[in-house]
Structures are given as C-alpha cells and as structure tokens.
Design a protein around this ligand. Sequence first.
Ligand SMILES: *Cc1c(COP(=O)(O)O)cnc(C)c1O
Length: 422
Amino acid sequence: MRPFEDSTMIQCEPNRIPPAIQAFCHRLADSAEDPVAAFIHDLDALRDRVRWLRSHLPDGVELYYAIKANSEAAILNTVAPWVDGFDLSSGGEVRKVIQHDLNRPFVLSGPGKLDSDLRLAIEAGVERVHIESLDEIRRLNGIAGDCGIRQRVLLRVNPLLPEPLSTKLSMAGQPTPFGIEERQLSEAVMRVDACEHLELGGFHVHAMSHQMDVERHRTLLDGLLDKWPVWQALAERPERVTELNVGGGMGVNYLGAEQFDWPALCRHLRQRLAWLPNPPLLRFEPGRFITAYCGYYLMQILDLKHNHGEDFAVCRGGTHHFRLPAAQGHDHPVVHLPRGAGRGNTERRVTVVGQLCTPKDVLARGVRLTEPRRGDLLVLPLAGAYGYNISHADFLCHPRPALHFIRTGAGRHNAAVGEGTA
Ligand SMILES: *Cc1c(COP(=O)(O)O)cnc(C)c1O
C-alpha cells in the first residue's frame, strides 16, 4: 500500500467542526419537521485517518481494525482497503464481516466465545483465533477437528505489568476475565502443542484502553518485546511461533487538543525492531484510535431552563444515542451552532442534557454558550467510536438516531489541524 504523505490535517482538534460538517448539520435541521438528533460520519476523513496511521507503520508491523468500536457497513467498507484485517469479538461481528464481503483476513478474540461462534468463524476462514483460557484450547481443538482443519491460534496473555502502566481501563496486569495468566502460559503452550488441530502462531496482549501517554505505551510494548523470546521458547517448535499481537488501546483525548503521538510510537518501534535479531511480526488492532475522529453527534436545543441555580439545555436525543460521555464520566466537548441572527454576547454556562427521564442523561456540564436559544444546534465531535453502538437505544421508546455517512473530501476542504510530529 502506498504511504500517505500529507499528515497535516489528520487529527481533528476536538473543538473545531469542519465547515462541511457544519453546513450538513444546518441542512439537516432545515429539512426536518422536528428538532434533530443524528450521527454524522465523514468517510473521507476516516479514510485519511487510516492512511495516515498506516503511513507511519514500520515494516513488519500490521494494522487491524477492532470493529467493536464502530461496525456500521459504511465504516467497515471505508476502512477495509487500508487495514491488514479485522479484529472481531463475537459471532455477530463475524456475520457482519461475512455479510459485507470485505475481502480482508479477520481474527476472533474475546472471552465467552460460543462453540457456535468458533464454528462459524472457522467455516468463514478465520485467520487466527485468540484463545482466552485453558478450556478454550480444548473446545477449539474439538471444533477444528470436526471441521477437518488445523487452526492457527494466538494465546492471549494477561502478563504481569509494572503498576504505573495501568490505565483507568486496564485489562491486564491485574485480575480480569481476559487472557491467560502469565504463570499459566507454559501450561497453555504445552496444551496447544499437544492438540492435533491447533497450531501455535504466537501471542496476543490487549492490555488496556484509553492510553493517552505515548511513553507509557512505549514502555508497555518494550516490556512485551523483552518477554517475546521467553514466551517463544516455551513452544515445542519456536521457529513456528512468529506473531505478537499487541492489541489496541491508544487513547483519544476528549478533553483537550493534544492527541496520542502515534508517529513517535512508530519511530520508536522501528528502531526497537531493527535491533532485534529475530523480531516477531507485530500487529496492532486499535478501534477507538481509528474511528473516533470521523464522527459527530448532532443535537438540537428543545428547551432552556434554570433550576436550583443551574442552567440546562434540554436537547433532542441524549445518552440513549450517545452514551459515551456518561459511560466514561466526562464532559464531552460541545460546539454551538447558533440558528438565526440578532444575538447579543451574554455567555451562559449550561448543562447539556437529553430527553431521558433520568438525571444521568447528561452529555456535558459547564458548557459556555453565547446566548443559546431554542432551535440552536449543538455538535459533539469525537463521536465515531463507542458512540451509538454502546448506547441503550430503546430506552423510553425514543426513535433511534439517523446515521449519516457523508464525503467532505476531508484533506482537501477542511482545515482540521494536524497534531502529528512526523
Ligand atoms: C476492544 C478491543 C480492542 C480495541 O480497543 P481500543 O481501545 O478501541 O483500541 C482491541 N483488541 C481487543 C482484543 C479488544 O477487545
């Protein structure tokens, strides 16, 4: 694949909404009978983003997309040409990838896989199964045997991690349902080696989500590369154990402009891999870091009120469409698009809420708006990952949001500012 040269426009500043997206929001509101709530995805910005991520990858490092972050068909189709494959975590996700005929390898991971998930994945030609427990080794061997194949697998490891490497969403280095404890790894490798229908291809560690600190991530990856030869040597035929999947987890800064320094991480890896006599094939499988930036959640103000000393903007939509801010406990950035002229400059600090009858339906507190009015639009950027698909969309029987997928030409037209230090 051809590297993408222009890295100047990829990482969208959270508080800026590209003009083409603003215009689209206004058109939606103009043409709707009721006030609007909708998701808008910029597919060109998404394409540019993946190309940019890819352009920094050292040789011998692959990029997969973890589709649980956003598995809408348009997203998968846009991402597919620019990634080496897809990371899936359920039978439903396998069906989705089959249905859209994406023509890319896929791997299956996740605790709690059903036998029927494993069978479906094998029948669909799964590239690797990431095994999460000792018992899954036995089950998968049986199913692969029934299907008459030898399945290449990675063992997901829950390694010992130094304390400061954990984030608020740690999946390793502590008790979690994920992966096989490092001290049981030799037992797991022996069991896989003893299975007629399994072949050990390597190891998988998805240790955390929301990693904002590139140095900590670098330390994590260095630690895994240090362990690599030790883990590899556990196998009966170490020369066949060639892959190290280092998961996803690169964070998105929802609250400020400075974003995870992907070019710096890639530069470090390039050096680090060059020193290794026998480096593994390395693979990333981010979700959030690929799709978060391309999505926007649009709400329209229904009511403005003052209650016990606080101002509220009650908006169309809410956390049943976009649960991310509530799920993560943050105040999401909100951009105000006024509708109609003749406005003063009095600033109000409002709490932005949705239509649900629960005090938890809050998207952001302390948002400064200049003379907000009923009918104005509020746009929440960084809504392309873990947005709609993690939300309780049927609560209160409100309609589901419209999902729009548009092409803005991204790189050519909008002025989003690059944070990359390539
Ligand atoms: C969720 C998940 C990912 C993606 O995580 P992000 O934080 O979105 O990058 C990658 N790998 C596995 C195994 C996952 O469960």
